[in-house]
Every structure is written in C-alpha cells, then in structure tokens.
Design a protein around this ligand. Structure first.
Ligand code: AMP
Length: 373
C-alpha cells in the first residue's frame, strides 16, 4: 500500500484521506499547528518545524510522496522535504501562492488580467500608492492572509495611517478595488507529464470574508468566459510545473475576468465535486501526485455546497432531506469556524435554489442564497 504524507491535518486532509482509502492509499499527517482535527490516519504533531527533528525524518522515511493541505508553510521546511523526497505540488507553487506579490507578478507575466497593484513597505510608500491608484483600494498583507484577514479597504487618503497601524509594519500590497458582478473560481489538476483536467467554474458567495455557498457549474457563464478561465489555469499550471490541484479565484466584471489569487491545493470552492463529479478534486489530486490516470471532472447536475459555519444547527432535520449530503469535520463549534459542509443537487437551477434555501433554514446565521440574477 502506498503512503501519502500530508503537511497539515485539518478538514482538507480528512477529505483527501476519505477519497484516498478506496484507491488503496494510506495517510500520515504532519501537523505544524498543534491542533490536528483530521481524525484519520497517522498523525505527527511538530510545532517547531525543526529540520533536525527525528519525527520529521521518521515521517519522510515512511511516506512515498508528500503533499500539503495548507500553503502557509515555512519554505525552508518544504524545500528541505523536496530535497529528500517527492513533494507535490512542488515548493515553487507554494513559494508563489503564499506571496501575493509573486502571484500578481506571475499573472502579469502570463498576461492574465489582475487589479492594478503596488507593493509597499512603509507608510510613505502606502500614501503614494493610494495617491497613484486612487481610492477605493484594498490593502492586504503579502503573506499569511486568508478569509479576508490581514485586509483593509481604504476609501479616502486620510485612512492610510489607520490601515498601516492595523495591518502594516510589514510588506503590503495595494490593489485597485474591483467592482465585480460575482466571484468565481476554477480548479484544475495536472500531472508531471503535463496532462491536465479542468473542473467547471464555481460561483462563490462570501459573507463576512468566509465562503458560504459555491454553485457549480456557475450559472449564466458564457462559453467564452469559461474558455478563458480554462486557458488561464492551464497556463499557470504549466508555468509553475505544478503537479496536483490548483485553484484560481477570479472576479467577473463588466470588462471580463480579473484574477484575484491562487491556492496550490484542494479548495473549499471545490467540495461540490465530491458528489457533483465522477472524480472529486480530492481524488484527482491523489491520482495526480501518485501518477495514476486522471478522472472525469464534468458536472453531473447543478450542485451547491453550503458551508456550516460556527454552529452545526439542526443537522437531524437536514439528515431527513433526501437531497442533502452532510460532511462534518469533527470540530467543536466556534465563531467563524468551518465545521462542515452540505452538498445539494437538483435537476435544474430553480429546484436547486429551493432546496438550498430549505437546507439553509436549518443553519443558524446562514445568509440568503442569491445567485447572480
Ligand atoms: P482574498 O483574501 O484576496 O481572497 O480577498 C478576500 C475577499 O475580499 C475576496 O473574496 C473579495 O470579496 C474581496 N476582495 C479582495 N480583493 C479585492 C479587490 N481588489 N477588489 C474588491 N474586492 C476584493
């Protein structure tokens, strides 16, 4: 039996393992956070990320390939692992995706539209960038930001000081504020031999910075827009020499697609693929990194994934619904925490909307489900 080593031990690792067991894969998780929630496979906890740690050696000796479910890892650690064994996706993908400056530079190099941006390292730099780009702007930390954390929207020049105090004292990226119609994401998988498969785009609805609904295939998407997104992600994967799943988040605007950011891993906006396709993002990731044939990525039905945030709600009532697939992650309830998700399918979009609203009514604090009109 082949053993996959996974850096990180949260719900993404859990869903990787759940899709890997039927392929006769075994798992060993290496957790650097001190709070593994994966609940499956072997787990090593090492919060030191010390390359001399004998636990790391034991982990590397035991596994056939290493992957990760979290990209904010010390580069020194991933490069070390890459020098000892196969790391997929390669550390170049981590290096680029964990730094918004490198990510934006790559989009620009490949001619993928992205917001006008400037990198700043001081309050004076920030003030002149805001002056150049013009308000409103979105200011973000170049590293470690996620789910809207480490961000500040500057609406007038006199807010620079507050923004710098709140998230500054480190390198920031200042981006023009994009007036988008909706947020989309595209997920694709690549093997070492450049073979690729692409999933249909998903429409993503965020509330308070956290993803709440992903609908796939994204409704009312023109074939040209879809084809453009497919081209972008193929070019990105090829350029990075990426192996495994890559996710690209996009804004759809009146003027076309604008790239926001990438994740070199399975993504929350791809959870719909577990029930929605013949081969989920988790399974295809494992197939790619183990050099197995890739699986079919086409959508079977209109599908919506609803995140369960903070409270589990009336799960028993949701269990009684014949169209709701429940995935709980084994986590305690806590404000803002992703505790699980529910996948809903229907024969058509109208039926899907009705079913999603029904499921949402059992989830406390769940916002309204409003697809693009
Ligand atoms: P991010 O961490 O870059 O994915 O940003 C989190 C959320 O902030 C995105 O999902 C968007 O809703 C919003 N956002 C990020 N960048 C911009 C931008 N340049 N213009 C408008 N909204 C943005």
């Amino acid at each position: 039996m082949k053993k996959v080593g996974v850096l990180g031990a949260g719900q993404l690792g859990r869903m990787l393992a759940l899709s890997g067991f039927p392929l006769e894969l075994d798992f060993h998780f290496y957790d650097t956070s001190g709070h593994p929630s994966v609940g499956l496979g072997d787990i090593t906890i090492d919060t030191t990320a010390n390359l001399e740690n004998p636990e790391l050696k034991r982990f590397l000796d035991e596994v056939d390939v290493v992957t990760y479910e979290f990209e904010h890892l010390p580069l020194q650690l991933t490069q070390y692992i890459e020098s000892k064994t196969t790391l997929y996706p390669p550390s170049k993908s981590i290096e680029v995706c964990q730094d918004r400056a490198l990510e934006k530079a790559l989009f620009t190099k490949l001619g993928i539209p992205t917001p006008t941006y400037q990198i700043v390292r001081s309050l004076t730099d920030l003030e002149s960038a805001v002056e150049n780009i013009g308000c409103p702007v979105v200011v973000k930390t170049t590293t470690e930001g996620y789910d809207g954390k480490g961000q500040f929207v500057i609406r007038s020049n006199d807010q620079c000081d507050t923004a710098w105090k709140e998230i500054g004292d480190r390198t920031l990226i200042v981006e023009s504020f994009v007036e988008f119609d909706r947020e989309l994401s595209i997920i694709a998988v690549r093997k070492e031999n450049d073979e690729m498969e692409v999933y249909p785009l998903a429409e993503n609805d965020h509330h308070e910075g956290i993803l709440r609904f992903s609908t796939a295939p994204a409704p009312k998407l023109s074939p040209e827009t879809s084809e453009l997104a497919r081209t972008y992600i193929r070019e990105l994967m090829h350029e990075l020499g990426h192996v495994g799943i890559l996710t690209l988040e996009l804004f759809e605007t009146k003027g076309g697609l604008v790239a926001n950011e990438m994740a070199p891993r399975v993504h929350n906006s791809g959870h719909w693929s577990i029930e929605g396709t013949a081969c989920s993002q988790f399974e295809n990731h494992l197939r790619a990194i183990n050099d197995f044939p890739l699986g079919c990525t086409g959508a079977k039905f209109p599908t919506c994934m609803i995140n369960i945030i903070a409270e589990k709600g009336d799960i028993n009532s949701i269990m009684a619904l014949p169209y709701a697939h429940i995935h709980l992650y084994g986590k305690e309830e806590r404000k803002g925490r992703k505790l699980g998700h529910i996948t809903v399918q229907a024969d058509n979009l109208e039926e899907l909307k009705w079913r999603v609203k029904n499921v949402a009514s059992f989830l406390p604090g769940c916002p309204d489900y409003n697809l693009i009109p």
